[in-house]
Design a protein around this ligand. Structure first.
Ligand code: GLY
Length: 425
């Protein structure tokens, strides 16, 4: 079969890598992809949010399955367009993807169906928001309602920072219309985890838990990024915790969607905090995470195409997925200055040496081929991913690999996996 992957980052490289292993797949296309994927897939020069052009191309080229990586085309209705043309596509439709497209909508559902989440208020008027935060308890979380590439959430540790966040989102409008409304919510204390499940709208099939590191600097300091590193599994998400998440959050969420007339098919990615009062939802995403995919898909033994087809064809069974016993960790190498301003075009050195390890995978995000090698071409450049015998081994190995790579202004966190350094499993 012929598969089209939509997107261009590290998540899509991991998707292409995993789909390539399916014996049923003859050819993979990626739109628009990046040059680091060229050994596995053919690039198609169509932007990931040009829905009509993608559907025309998939129709003309008789694509058997399209897999959508990023949120924007999902929120804008790519699934509806493909389905209307009888094309098979994996991902939630526009109505379902709204759980990611509007943080206000997601909070309304959580609240209405009593799914544990932080207390919150919604503001359309910046003056009202500014008045509210005068009396608030800190830290406080300020979120732009719409899509902001993972950068629309600010944890304000004091009133000045909250005021600055409101000004940036609502007055300077750094996220455009995505900041027309904001959610201001209580800060939840505890470990953050990413729980991703396949769902056909009725059944759920959980993937192994992962943990992302969103802040740009060590110690979770600095602004949020799309994600600076991840690992899987997560030792604190024991079988019991997983069960609690399933019973208190995932199953009620799927039921809530049904009650709202949402037929949610695809990946539901729930960001959770494991608080002292149990797991609570931060937000929903309508897709695979980046860089969570790089550590989840590398450990998944089942055929991803089979699983996606089960979802698309409404025949998801509650099977036990098979996982590589090893721990996976991904460290993102970013351009200095990301997520704000950064330069690109720097030569990347040291990648050839890493190719000799069969437990090391290099997922490209923002790279471009130049001559025999690659140069930087984005904020997040590469995701160095290692499978190790337990998390401590994986952490040690990944940083040995990172030390072999160099490009000018290269920035990465040195503490990915810090929460597990004092406990192995
Ligand atoms: N890793 C965060 C995200 O994919 O949204």
């Amino acid at each position: 079969m012929k598969v089209l992957v939509v997107g261009s980052g590290g998540r899509e490289h991991a998707l292409v890598w995993k789909i390539y292993q399916s014996e049923r797949v003859e050819k993979i296309y990626v739109a628009p992809g990046n040059d680091g994927m060229l050994e596995l897939a053919e690039r198609v020069a169509i932007a990931s949010d040009d829905i009509k052009a993608l559907a025309d191309w998939a129709e003309e080229n008789k694509i058997d399955l399209t897999v959508v990586g990023p949120e924007k085309p999902l929120v804008e209705g790519i699934v509806d367009e493909f389905e209307a043309r009888g094309l098979k596509i994996f991902g939630p439709n526009k109505k379902a993807a709204r759980v990611e497209g509007s943080k206000v909508y997601a909070k309304e559902i959580l609240n209405k169906y009593k799914i544990p989440t932080a207390e919150y208020e919604v503001f359309t008027d910046p003056d009202e928001a500014l008045e509210y935060i005068q009396q608030a308890k800190y830290p406080l979380v300020i979120k732009a309602e719409g899509l902001a590439a993972g950068k629309g959430v600010v944890i304000a540790t004091n009133r000045e920072k909250a005021e600055a966040a409101i000004a940036k989102i609502m007055e300077e409008r750094i996220f455009g219309d995505a900041g027309n409304r904001i959610v201001v919510e209580d800060f939840l204390e505890g470990e953050e985890v990413s729980i991703l499940v396949f769902t056909d709208g009725k059944h759920i099939l959980p993937l192994s838990p992962a943990r992302d590191h969103k802040a740009v600097f060590d110690g979770d300091e600095g602004p949020n990024t799309g994600g600076m590193g991840a690992y899987s599994p997560v030792p604190s998400v024991t079988k019991e915790v997983e069960k609690e998440i399933c019973e208190k959050i995932l199953k009620p969420a799927i039921k809530a969607f049904q009650s709202e007339g949402i037929n949610y098919k695809g990946i539901l990615y729930t960001n959770l905090i494991l608080t002292g009062m149990g797991p609570k939802v931060l937000d929903f995403n309508a897709r695979l995470g980046d860089p969570e995919s790089q550590v989840i898909l590398t450990r998944l033994k089942d055929d991803l195409v089979d699983l996606m087809e089960m979802v698309v064809e409404d025949r998801l069974e509650e099977i036990e997925l098979e996982w590589d016993e090893r721990a996976a960790i991904c460290v993102v190498l970013a351009s200095g200055g990301y997520p704000i301003a950064y330069k690109t075009g720097f030569k990347i050195e040291g990648l050839e040496g890493l190719a000799r390890h069969d437990n090391v995978l290099i997922f490209h995000a923002g790279t471009r081929k130049e001559g025999d090698g690659f140069v930087t071409a984005g904020g997040r450049v590469l995701g160095i991913t290692v499978l190790g015998d337990g998390m401590i081994d994986a952490i040690n190995q990944v940083y040995e690999c990172v030390n072999e790579v160099y490009f000018e202004d290269m920035h990465y966190r040195t503490d990915i996996g810090y929460r597990v350094l004092d406990r192995d499993y």
